[in-house]
Design a protein around this ligand. Structure first.
Ligand code: GDP
Length: 402
């Protein structure tokens, strides 16, 4: 019998953040990077120091224009955050970044709920079958209302919302959430304080837990048996059902919080790890002729270029590796130009710094220096086993950033 081998790919999450401009995507990203230790100094959108928006044009305009991939570590997992521009003018780039995601966080404004642009990005993510969790942000703002926001998600986007948190306090007084899966109170502070649900919230928390259980039981017949047999589904069973429903897209896990509360996005990082898929949980990639190539480090290389930018470090070609291993010094075939190219350096981008690595494997997202003519949409592959991930006319001119 073969021993079960631990596959590190199960600990990778390639995700994007989808949002209407101003819903708080940049701030949420900042907090995630800060909490996971990828950035020492916390950036603030209003003083222009955020690390995901690292070119000056973006800082000047205060919106995220150019996609970048940033890695951070959380709870033994590597989260690669692929920036998906929220501005409507840049929908081509949204499209391109959606192609390389395995999952996404959809951020909504707790006051405005679903806005027109959130709807259009949502539909695109539907087209690519991207599993999502929702984060209703800005619950500290006057007029913020989780239930109203959830209702607008249900009405306008049509998923079955599975609300896994309940806010503690409203607006100014918003101070934490009850995690309805584990039935624990998580209160923000210098650190996240995890304790029993306070007595005065217990009745409402139990009611909401029951609503969540009923919604899950309706969507997930597997969980139904236990639901009938027991007064309450266990946290582990409920979490497993929520993970399945997220990955099939049948249900939408909804979290809430405020990126303004220092520890406010910690439960969101936990949810990314818990519910969103790893590169092994999504279907294997297919070439233009239908050939399937598994997310296996031993398979011939197939990587998609999804972003090219010029930086102080040189011309960075961002790739998602779907199959095989890319090593420093390797020769790869650029399917766009038909030329063989040499992989110079391989960089993992962590917020504002780059870490050089010797190799990157299937499932990974890295930036490489070397391929001179690679354009977004191009496949880089093993010269002896060519594969085209996107049609040749899908390649675009290089977007250069000074
Ligand atoms: P993006 O356009 O989606 O990237 O949104 P930003 O992160 O730039 O946020 C838009 C504005 O909302 C900025 O002024 C932020 O400071 C503010 N903001 C972000 N998150 C919160 C929050 O949780 N609460 C409040 N009150 N404001 C927030």
């Amino acid at each position: 019998m073969r021993a079960q081998v631990f596959n590190p790919l199960t600990t990778v999450r390639n995700i994007g953040i989808l949002a209407h401009v101003d819903a708080g995507k940049t701030t949420v990203t900042e907090r995630m990077l800060y909490l996971s230790g990828a950035t020492y100094k916390r950036g603030e959108v209003h003083d222009g120091t955020t690390v995901t928006d690292f070119d000056s044009q973006e800082r000047d305009r205060g919106i995220t224009i150019f996609a970048a991939a940033v890695s951070c570590d959380w709870d033994g997992h590597r989260i690669n955050l692929i920036d998906t521009p929220g501005h409507v003018d840049f929908s081509d780039e949204v499209e391109r970044s959606l192609r390389v995601l395995d999952g996404a966080i959809a951020v909504f404004d707790g006051v405005a709920g679903v806005e027109p642009q959130s709807e259009s990005v949502w539909r695109r993510a539907d087209r690519y079958g991207v599993p999502r969790v929702a984060f209703v942000n800005k619950l500290d703002r006057a007029g913020a209302d989780l239930d109203a926001a959830v209702e607008s998600i249900r009405r306008r986007l049509h998923p079955a919302p599975l609300v896994v948190q309940m806010p503690i306090g409203r607006e100014d007084e918003f101070s934490g959430v009850v995690d309805l899966v584990g039935m624990r109170a998580l209160v923000w502070g210098d650190r996240l304080v995890d304790g029993p649900v306070p007595d005065d919230l217990l009745g409402e928390a139990r009611r909401r837990r029951r609503t969540l259980e009923e919604a899950v039981a309706e969507l997930h017949p597997g969980a139904l048996e236990e639901f009938c047999a027991e007064p309450s589904i266990s946290a582990a069973t409920l979490a497993a059902a929520l993970r399945d429903l997220t990955r099939t897209g049948e249900g939408l896990v909804v979290l809430c919080g405020s990126a303004y509360r220092d520890r406010g996005v910690e439960p969101l990082l936990d949810a990314v790890v818990r519910y969103l898929p790893s590169p092994l949980d999504v279907p294997a990639v297919r070439g233009q002729e239908g050939e399937v190539r598994a997310a296996d480090p031993e398979a011939p290389l197939a990587a998609l270029v999804f972003k090219v930018s010029s930086t102080a470090t040189g011309r960075l070609t961002y790739v998602r590796i779907y199959a095989g291993t890319m090593r420093k010094g390797d020769t790869v075939l650029d399917t766009g130009t038909g030329r063989n190219e040499r992989i110079g350096r391989i960089l993992r981008v962590q917020a504002d710094r780059h870490t050089e690595v010797d190799r990157a494997v299937a499932g990974d997202i890295v930036a490489v220096v070397g391929p001179k003519g690679a354009r977004t949409g191009t496949t880089l592959c093993a010269p002896q086993a060519p594969l085209l991930l996107e049609p040749p006319n899908a390649t675009e001119p290089v977007v250069s950033v000074a």
